[in-house]
Write a protein that binds this ligand. Structure first.
Ligand code: PHE
Length: 494
């Protein structure tokens, strides 16, 4: 047996912190505010809460039940259900691994900004500074041959930190780090939000969240946006909850745990957005730039708009600036370690490689792939990879999981597993959601993504997406075809 397989959380708290760490990430900090703003402000909370309960929590419960029941890696779970499904598992795991390779790069940019923020070294034009001085960005593909040394160094640093955590035993690594970083993250966010509320113009910002646009509720896109945010923010379909739940001891209260994690994650993003909007309100009032021009998402919000705000904030920015970037670092690292765990566990279980060695190989390969994103053309490729992997591949993965666990596997087993020790019980409604409602919603979201991409497509993105499609099909097939070293892997009893 592998070392990883015997792993078990030594406390429910460690498991919860790791789960919250996996969910709270860049998506909560820089994706949510824009999604909220462009989809009706206050009224968005209705589709958001409905999506959280109906779809988000329901799907997390599937992952919990499967992981807890099988106590195996995803690759072996799908092999157990049907031999033919093993490539699907590797497809999911490998897609998540590829997502991690660029996610690490973004956290690497953030690491650079922690240092810059102590002196506001981005100067008077943070937008030019970000694209030219930090990324050295070019859209031409010849940029692929120019590595940007600072970005490469910080990406290596993030991979090193990741390796240092995941190579350890579950509790000494992921458990211990999550138990420290997640409470610290909460303290930092409380400080940032409390401070931002004292800024002149804060109310101009946060009132945007509390002013509902009820007409948005009749717009299907708003509902899809809410659902999309829940999928991304709760890290659905990435085999994280499944892997973490497989390390739970007998007698764990699965449903209760899932609820706490989902509410904490959403609570975090809603609370944090009050701070973000207050800060943007301050900027709008001070500079007379219209509020809607300030609300961006992604790297534009974190590395351009926020530095612009820190420039006009005075001395307080020397404290709030570093705290903001440290917050992204902590949220990012706890997500990265979670994103890798399912892949590492599956490799280590199938090929009987001990945890430390698996972590080393995965981190080295990951770092080599990340190097592509540290070139001058890296940020252009990163955007294309992100659109493809998140909008297509990942949603497809969630869809496949619904079909496999809702239709192919005996679903009632999962109901039995969940209700065994939990105070809150699940039943027929949950079954209907997983079998019918969820797959339809995901298909809608997926189609919307396909249509948007087709409309905005150019030659470069088509080429990159085609290459990625080939990779996410070929590599999983190879991984599935390779014979298992672990003979227990072929034992299909459950
Ligand atoms: N949920 C995390 C976040 O919001 C992790 C995640 C990473 C989700 C990458 C999707 C893709 O950042």
């Amino acid at each position: 047996m592998t070392e990883t397989k015997k792993s078990q959380w030594n406390s429910n708290f460690a498991f919860m912190m790791a789960m919250i760490g996996s969910a709270v990430g860049l998506g909560n900090i820089w994706r949510f505010p824009k999604v909220l703003y462009t989809n009706g402000g206050g009224s968005f909370m209705i589709p958001y809460i409905v999506s959280l309960f109906l779809l988000g929590i329901s799907f997390v419960l599937v992952e919990y039940a499967v992981g807890y029941r099988f106590k195996r890696s995803l690759a072996r779970i799908l092999f157990t259900i049907s031999k033919k499904l093993e490539p699907v598992a590797w497809f999911i795991l490998f897609t998540v691994f590829l997502i991690t390779t660029y996610y690490v790069c973004v956290v690497g940019w953030d690491l650079i900004y922690i240092f810059l923020s102590f002196t506001k070294a981005w100067g008077a034009n943070p937008d030019v500074f970000f694209t030219q001085n930090v990324l050295h960005a070019t859209e031409s593909m010849t940029g692929l041959f120019t590595i940007v040394p600072t970005v490469l160094a910080s990406v290596i640093a993030i991979w090193f930190i990741t390796w240092f955590i995941i190579k350890r035993d579950l509790n000494e690594g992921i458990g211990a780090v999550s138990k420290v970083l997640i409470p610290l993250l909460c303290v930092i966010v409380v400080i940032i939000v409390a401070f931002s509320l004292t800024l002149p113009g804060a109310s101009v910002g946060y009132s945007q969240i509390f002013t509902p646009d009820w007409s948005a509720l009749t717009n299907l896109d708003v509902w899809l946006a809410a659902f999309g945010q829940i999928v991304f923010s709760l890290s659905l379909g990435m085999a994280i909850a499944m892997t973490y739940a497989s390390y739970l001891p007998e007698g764990s209260k699965l449903v209760d745990n899932a609820m706490i994690v989902a509410f904490s994650n959403s609570g975090f993003e809603v609370f944090n957005s009050i701070g973000t909007f207050s800060i943007l309100g301050f900027m709008a009032v001070t500079t007379a730039i219209p509020f809607n021009e300030l609300v961006t998402s992604g790297s534009g919000l974190a590395f351009v708009v926020f530095p612009q705000v820190f420039n006009i904030m005075g001395d307080a920015a020397y404290v709030i600036g570093p705290l903001f970037f440290i917050c992204i670092l902590f949220a990012g690292i706890t997500s990265i370690i979670a994103l890798l765990e399912g892949f590492c566990y599956s490799i280590s279980e199938k090929f009987l490689i001990e945890r430390k060695k698996t972590a080393t190989v995965v981190c080295i390969v990951g770092c080599l792939i990340s190097a592509i994103f540290t070139t001058a053309a890296g940020s252009t490729i990163l955007d294309i990879a992100d659109a493809f992997l998140n909008n297509f591949a990942l949603l497809f993965a969630v869809f496949l999981e619904c079909i496999i666990f809702g239709w192919i596997y005996k679903f009632d087993n999962l109901i039995e597993t969940l209700n065994e020790h939990s105070r809150i019980k699940v039943g027929k409604t949950w079954k209907v959601v997983i079998k019918y409602i969820l797959p339809v919603c995901i298909a809608g979201l997926w189609l919307e993504g396909v249509l948007t991409t087709i409309n905005n497509n150019n030659e470069l993105s088509s080429t990159v997406m085609l290459i990625l499609t080939a990779i996410v099909i070929i590599v999983p097939i190879i991984l599935a075809k390779l014979p298992a070293i672990n003979k227990d892997y072929y034992n299909v009893e459950n």
